[in-house]
Design a protein around this ligand. Structure first.
Ligand code: HEC
Ligand code: HEC
Ligand code: HEC
Ligand code: HEC
Ligand code: HEC
Ligand code: HEC
Ligand code: HEC
Ligand code: HEC
Ligand code: HEC
Ligand code: HEC
Length: 446
């Protein structure tokens, strides 16, 4: 039996030393396949990135508002080489200039004249994070200025350091600065909430306990649903049942709730009519003018001697009651009330629809919260002109900073606290931000 020796020489002979010099069928195929794959990849990359806009490079899902045209990257990412008549646009810039946003939007920055910084749109509106609400911006967008506010003229008219609502946000201006007299001037009405909300208030037919809803009703929004604020309180529906405008025991009708001129005309007309219909009552009263207790501060009137004087005396007496005890209960006057037949001038009633103009507030979002949980002073304040507006501490019970825009879902009992929730950034002049004459269907088409 011969033993085959496994020498290195024999082993080396097994290799074909010319292998790489010859082109076998298999090798030719390998070459071809590699070349085709490379060309396909190149073509694919070229078309998607350069021509279509490069979905592949996308940094993340578009916000829902922009999703319709999200694949047309070039609308925001300005091409490196602009398209010409003959060639397509090439490449795309990573950064989005404000001018790209402004080609569709009108968006004035706020306080441009006072601001020292000019932040870019994308410093607040983050794209590619799949935001369902692109306007839900992070506080950092605001605090880049408001954490330490500087203005061009060096004067800061608002709190200088505001970096979070739950942290150093100042108490609302109204509660910080409004004095009782400013508060009273706000409506020019005399009214005491706590007094009227006491249980067992004297009503027309026995004791009643009033609720906020007896006087306050929500406004109606444009869409017919509950609006943001409260309607002005109306005398006719909320006060008159207890505070009637009767003015003479002979006349059952009440004075109209109107200007003193109209009230005067009504009083004169109704007493004249009474005298015409009941001359016997007038004659009897002329014979013995009823001695009524003199009104405080008013000289007792001489007894009338004829029908003409009866009318005058009756009007005077009715109006003295009206101007002082009826209208004067609720309406304030800067002047002394007229003593001899003149008409009073009351301050004009205003019930502001907005008490905190610097912020947004919506009652409907807080339907689940009791009125007095926020307007705590309504039940307790003894002064007529207490500010009933909630303090910032009230809001912080829920808007407590435990959530952030576009962050995790809110835990129970914690409401969003981002600046954008309560404030707008783009001034009122740009309240209606418009997408300039662009058909969405056209945008989405590529
Ligand atoms: C509505 C405008 C808009 C559109 C459309 C858009 N982007 Fe963006 N993209 C932005 C903004 C804003 C940024 C932030 C860049 C900046 O700071 O300027 C950004 C950033 C990027 C970045 C860089 C991310 C990073 O981390 O720096 C990439 C990559 C990108 N976009 C890819 C795309 C691609 C691919 C498309 C098309 C499928 C696209 N974008 C469409 C607005 C847009
Ligand atoms: C090609 C036009 C176009 C461009 C470019 C564009 N947008 Fe928009 N944007 C839209 C349209 C359309 C909507 C949806 C409007 C609507 O629903 O009424 C929208 C909505 C928005 C909204 C409101 C969405 C919300 O959720 O509240 C914001 C904020 C916004 N865009 C910011 C930007 C910013 C910032 C840029 C630049 C990075 C930009 N847009 C670029 C067309 C555009
Ligand atoms: C570029 C700097 C800058 C940025 C960013 C900025 N602000 Fe302001 N803000 C100002 C200036 C300046 C004033 C006016 C201060 C003054 O007149 O003394 C102001 C005033 C305000 C006021 C009080 C007066 C008013 O207009 O009602 C509020 C509230 C406010 N900003 C909220 C915000 C919110 C919320 C954001 C983020 C969405 C924001 N700001 C982002 C500069 C900025
Ligand atoms: C839950 C609602 C809410 C949030 C969140 C909120 N604010 Fe306010 N902010 C208000 C109200 C209400 C006022 C008072 C407005 C008024 O008096 O007209 C106010 C007033 C201000 C003022 C004026 C202060 C002054 O000197 O009177 C500034 C500045 C301000 N906010 C900035 C911010 C910033 C920045 C953020 C985010 C860090 C923020 N706010 C978050 C409700 C809010
Ligand atoms: C009998 C009618 C009546 C009832 C009941 C009533 N209000 Fe009023 N409320 C008024 C009148 C009138 C005004 C406007 C005059 C004024 O400002 O004092 C007013 C004004 C207000 C204001 C704005 C003025 C401010 O000072 O802030 C608030 C807030 C308010 N009411 C809350 C309440 C709440 C909360 C309740 C229930 C707990 C309530 N009201 C019950 C009649 C009423
Ligand atoms: C349910 C009955 C009732 C209603 C409704 C009512 N009031 Fe009164 N009001 C009273 C009673 C009772 C007093 C206490 C009278 C007294 O002390 O002689 C009073 C007192 C007043 C006073 C005198 C000030 C004070 O505190 O003594 C004013 C002003 C006043 N009401 C305004 C109003 C206004 C404004 C409305 C409608 C928004 C209204 N009231 C609705 C029952 C009512
Ligand atoms: C019980 C309280 C009360 C009495 C009494 C009362 N008013 Fe009023 N008055 C109101 C309230 C509340 C308003 C605002 C809402 C409205 O128009 O009903 C008002 C509004 C008015 C207005 C329109 C607003 C303005 O100032 O331009 C006039 C005018 C007016 N009253 C005149 C009178 C006259 C005149 C009398 C007496 C005849 C009178 N009122 C009696 C509560 C009262
Ligand atoms: C979550 C707190 C909260 C609750 C709950 C609440 N309010 Fe208010 N209310 C406010 C704030 C904040 C304002 C100031 C809004 C502004 O003018 O900017 C206000 C304003 C008002 C005003 C003044 C007029 C107006 O529309 O601005 C009246 C009246 C009023 N509230 C009555 C009520 C009544 C009635 C209820 C119960 C149905 C109620 N509120 C529940 C916070 C609250
Ligand atoms: C008892 C908890 C609670 C209190 C107290 C409270 N909020 Fe809210 N607030 C919420 C909740 C929950 C939402 C979200 C409601 C929704 O839109 O579904 C909200 C929403 C809001 C919004 C956005 C409304 C919208 O529709 O966009 C504003 C602005 C706001 N709150 C301001 C305030 C202010 C100012 C105060 C203090 C006067 C306050 N809140 C007190 C729970 C509260
Ligand atoms: C300092 C932060 C900040 C900057 C910078 C900023 N925005 Fe906004 N933007 C907001 C906030 C907060 C809102 C939501 C409140 C509002 O409407 O003002 C908003 C709302 C919008 C809306 C939607 C309004 C609506 O009615 O739904 C558009 C569109 C918008 N911004 C476009 C822009 C454009 C374009 C730029 C750049 C020129 C820009 N924003 C710069 C903070 C900012």
């Amino acid at each position: 039996m011969s033993i085959r020796k496994r020498t290195t020489k024999i082993v080396a002979k097994r290799h074909d030393l010319n292998y790489f010099k010859r082109m076998s069928r298999v090798r030719a195929w390998q070459w071809w396949l590699a070349a085709v794959a490379l060309a396909a990849a190149g073509l694919w990359f070229g078309t998607t990135t350069l021509l279509r806009g490069g979905t592949l490079l996308s940094a993340g899902p578009m916000s829902s508002s922009h999703a319709v045209f999200g694949e047309r990257c070039e609308l925001c990412h300005v091409p490196v080489v602009a398209a010409t008549r003959w060639t397509p646009a090439l490449g795309m810039r990573r950064h989005v200039p404000d001018s790209a946003c402004l080609s569709c939007h009108v968006a004035e920055p706020h306080h441009p004249a006072e601001s020292t910084l000019h932040p870019r749109c994308s410093s607040c509106h983050e794209e590619h994070v799949g935001a369902t609400h692109l306007a839900a911006t992070r506080d950092a967008g605001c605090t880049q200025c408001h954490a330490h506010l500087e203005t061009r003229d060096g004067v800061v008219r608002v709190a200088r350091e505001v970096s979070s609502f739950a942290g150093n946000h100042p108490e609302f201006r109204l509660l910080r600065t409004a004095t009782e007299s400013e508060r009273s001037a706000a409506t020019a009405l005399v009214f005491n909430h706590a007094e009227h909300l006491k249980a067992g208030l004297k009503g027309v037919s026995g004791p009643v306990t009033l609720a906020c809803s007896n006087c306050h009703a929500a406004t109606l929004g444009a869409d017919g649903r509950q609006g943001d604020g409260m309607q002005p309180v109306k005398f006719a529906t909320s006060c008159q049942s207890c505070h009637s405008l009767e003015f003479d025991r002979h006349v059952t009708a009440q004075a109209p709730h109107d200007t003193p001129e109209k009230v005067h005309a009504f009083v004169v007309a109704s007493l004249t009519e009474f005298a015409r219909q009941h001359p016997e009552v007038v004659a009897a009263e002329i014979r013995s003018w009823p001695q009524q207790p003199p009104l405080p501060g008013v000289a007792a009137m001489a007894a009338p001697r004829n029908a003409q004087q009866w009318l005058q005396a009756s009007v005077f007496r009715a109006e003295t009651i009206l101007w002082r005890e009826r209208c004067g209960l609720c309406h304030k006057s800067d002047q002394r009330l007229p003593v001899n037949g003149g008409l009073p001038v009351y301050q004009t009633v205003t019930q502001p629809a907005k008490w905190m103009p610097g912020a947004v507030f919506r009652h409907p979002a807080h339907r689940a919260v009791a009125c007095e949980d926020c307007h705590t002073q309504a039940l307790t304040a003894t002064g007529e002109h207490a500010v009933l507006m909630p303090t910032i501490a009230t809001c912080r019970r829920c808007h407590d900073g435990h959530s952030s825009p576009q962050g995790p879902a809110l835990a129970n009992g914690h409401a969003e606290s981002g600046c954008f929730l309560c404030h707008s950034y783009h001034g009122p002049e740009t309240a209606a931000l418009t997408v300039k004459g662009l058909a969405l269907a056209k945008l989405a088409r590529r």
